[in-house]
Write a protein that binds this ligand. Structure first.
Ligand SMILES: *[C@@H]1O[C@H](CO)[C@@H](O)[C@H](O)[C@H]1NC(C)=O
Ligand SMILES: *[C@@H]1O[C@H](CO)[C@@H](O)[C@H](O)[C@H]1NC(C)=O
Length: 175
């Protein structure tokens, strides 16, 4: 019983420390759109490795890897004001055609505004057919040093002919 009480007290103190620590950190909310343009001209996402043809889906092979330097803009149109770029890669990492998922690893590089020069690091599973995906924010630099948080990401539009997608990002980050 003594041990049980001790554990409860320890957990309560850890919870208070977490709350105090959280209180000191600003939480920033960011909202923007990512343009995953695989079509030419001016593709910003290029397939650099192609997996063997499988039943994953049309144009989607388990093992495909794309490197991206996608635009991040304030609005859903690619010509709306630029916020930064999403630089990194994604790999088709699920073999289940009913649950197509990418491993998405990108740095968000802010090039305009208050967070110009700062970055956020995203390391996530992206189940592309889910209406909302939660992406972990695993770190950052500059204003976002020691950042942690999450993103709620939705597919805003997808052009099946071209394969181009516009993704809406809602970012919640503590730093
Ligand atoms: C491609 O990029 C060039 C150079 O920036 C630009 O002039 C042209 O309008 C772009 N084309 C499209 C379709 O975006
Ligand atoms: C996809 O892009 C093509 C070429 O720009 C365009 O003609 C077509 O209307 C687009 N489809 C959708 C559903 O937006």
């Amino acid at each position: 019983m003594a041990t049980f009480n001790g554990t409860i007290i320890l957990l309560l103190s850890l919870a208070s420390v977490a709350i105090l620590a959280a209180g000191k950190e600003p939480t920033t909310r960011l909202h923007f759109y990512m343009h995953d343009k695989i079509s030419n001209p001016n593709a910003t996402a290029v397939r650099v490795a192609e997996g063997p043809q499988t039943s994953t889906g049309p144009g989607i092979n388990f093992g495909d890897i794309y490197v991206v330097d996608d635009l991040l803009t304030t609005g859903p149109s690619p010509s709306s004001p630029l916020v930064g770029r999403a630089q990194g890669f994604y790999a088709m990492a699920s073999q289940d055609p009913a649950d197509v998922a990418l491993m998405l690893t990108v740095n968000l590089v802010f090039t305009e505004g208050e967070y110009k020069g700062s970055t956020l690091a995203i390391l996530s599973r992206d189940a592309i057919f889910s209406p909302v995906r939660e992406l972990p924010v695993v770190g950052g630099s500059g204003a976002f040093r020691l950042a942690r948080g999450y993103v709620l990401m939705k597919t805003y539009s997808f052009n099946q002919t071209l394969g181009d997608a516009v993704l809406e990002w809602d970012v919640y980050v503590m730093h």
